[in-house]
Design a protein around this ligand. Structure first.
Ligand SMILES: Cc1ncc(COP(=O)(O)O)c(C=O)c1O
Length: 364
């Protein structure tokens, strides 16, 4: 069946583009001499994780315990939970995973480490810990200096935990290629400062985990980095495109939607609203609109209701008719994927399969 005949709205992935994206970043990592631990938050899919590991990924990254459970149940090992996990119920589940899988958890406080230690010790397991530092994004993470060593030493004293290294998210490496390179150079200084604090105490740091999609090509500028965790690169999206970090052809995921009304002059309405595309605005490029319509690039999606997408057709030569099918490249693909139970796989426009978005909605 051709994608145009699918029941809409529907999430689709072009397998040729996906495979190209996975191969390109796996090669990039090999050339830069860093490991690749892809963040599965983008695809939330067992099938894509399998492809990433087959391309040489050193392990996987997740944000949630529920996501870790999905990937562990699928048989994958060496999973980093790159989020400080709090609360007895989630910590107990985390320790249960560690009974059968190598697990890493990142955190930035002694309080989080103590709670993790209690859960690990209760099930007689050892959980690896990466201490998070702030590489300039001002989200989580300690200042890259002696505070990191203090926390690492405290972790070493806690039962059930092993200090394995450092972790940071380079979300501040964003913008044009020039802006991203300059910020990556700043990150390099901070990583160097963090590692110097450990050297001063003769404390080994086995893993230095960093990265994101827009910073992936600059990993070689950051001395001491052992692995990167891009997620978006598998599917790409408009945010990645407008930073010059991918082409439209690399945007593997598209929402296929149908024009359901043209009754109001100057408007065409599609059956993809905020429950399909999400309300995430662009963080790069024009920073407006809710997606890119491939068939009519000059037509902005100016507003969303839950089920309705509003197209402004006042400035276009393109004629829209009720029943027309359009394809939309999402602004932020990770959250769009999280709205869908399944994703239809395409080869040259032909639907060839369907994957479950197995880790969608796993917010705990
Ligand atoms: C901790 C962490 N690591 C890695 C990533 C992946 O970044 P990107 O989606 O730009 O590839 C994210 C994204 O939010 C993240 O929060």
């Amino acid at each position: 069946m051709q994608y145009r005949e699918l029941s809409t709205p529907v999430l689709t992935v072009d397998l040729d583009a996906l495979e190209r994206n996975l191969g390109r970043v796996a090669d990039l990592c090999r050339r830069q001499g860093v490991g690749l631990r892809p963040h599965t938050k983008t695809h939330k899919s067992v099938e894509v994780s399998r492809l990433q590991l087959a391309q040489g990924a050193v392990g996987l990254t997740v944000a949630k315990v529920g996501e870790a459970e999905v990937m562990a149940d699928a048989g994958f090992d060496d999973i980093l939970v790159a989020f400080p996990i709090m609360g007895a119920e989630k910590l107990r589940r985390l320790a249960t995973i560690a009974r059968a899988r190598r697990l890493l958890v990142s955190l930035d406080s002694e309080s989080a480490a103590q709670q993790l230690s209690l859960a690990a010790a209760a099930q007689n397991v050892t959980i690896g810990v990466l201490v998070e530092f702030d590489a300039g994004g001002r989200r989580c993470g300690l200042d890259p200096g002696p505070d990191l060593v203090v926390l690492a030493k405290a972790i070493e004293k806690l039962p059930g935990l092993k200090f394995r290294g450092l972790m940071s998210y380079f979300g501040n490496v964003w913008g044009t290629p020039e802006q991203r390179r300059a910020e990556a150079e700043h990150v390099a200084e901070l990583v160097t400062r963090a590692l110097a604090a450990f050297r001063a105490e003769q404390m080994p740091v086995e893993i230095v985990s960093g990265g994101s999609t827009p910073s992936a090509e600059f990993a070689h500028l950051i001395p001491g980095l052992t692995e990167i965790r891009p997620g978006t690169y598998a599917y790409n999206d408009l945010n990645t495109y407008y930073q010059g970090a991918c082409s439209f052809e690399d945007c593997a995921v598209r929402v296929v939607a149908t024009v359901v009304s043209t009754a109001v002059p100057g408007r065409a309405i599609i059956d993809a609203g905020s429950k399909t595309l999400t309300s995430d605005l662009l963080g790069s490029g024009p920073k407006s609109g809710y997606g890119y319509i491939v068939e009519a690039p000059d037509v902005p999606i100016i507003k969303l209701n839950e089920e309705h997408g509003y197209l402004d057709i006042t400035q276009t030569q393109h004629r829209f008719h009720v029943g027309d099918v359009v394809t939309v490249i999402p602004n932020h693909v990770c959250v769009t994927v999280n709205m869908h139970d399944e994703i239809v796989t395409l080869r040259q426009g032909e639907a060839v399969g369907c994957w479950k978005v197995a880790a969608r909605g796993k917010v705990r």
